[in-house]
Design a protein around this ligand. Structure first.
Ligand code: ZN
Length: 109
């Protein structure tokens, strides 16, 4: 469970798992390998937390009413953390999860 310490949120392993499970899935990839970053619509690599190729971090979906509930966490690229589209991205995340997303195989060619 995340903790608020001196205005910084400290996450534990379980929070990272929850954030990952909350990210939109790719219909042609295992959810334990890749998921979609809802901000840039490109895939993230589960192995690379915070560092590495297509690495990700925990993004707080709703900053209007900050809650440290696990359903307020979602994985996004480390590089997309600052590209927040809205203070409250709840509706946007919901909308993106309603679509079917595919892994772009051309990326590694
Ligand atoms: Zn991204």
């Amino acid at each position: 469970m995340a903790n608020l310490v001196n205005d910084n949120i400290e996450f534990d392993d379980n929070d990272f798992e929850e954030a990952w499970s909350n990210a939109p899935k790719l219909i042609n990839k295992d959810i334990n390998d890749f998921k979609l970053c809802f901000i840039c619509k490109f895939h993230m690599n589960k192995k690379n937390i915070i560092n590495g190729d297509l690495s990700w971090n925990i993004f707080i979906i709703n900053l209007k009413t900050i809650s440290l509930e696990k359903n307020n966490f979602i994985a996004v690229h480390q590089n997309c953390m600052e590209l927040r589209p809205k203070l409250d991205c709840t509706k946007l995340v919901k909308k993106i999860k309603q679509s079917a997303w595919m892994f772009d195989e051309n990326y590694y060619k």
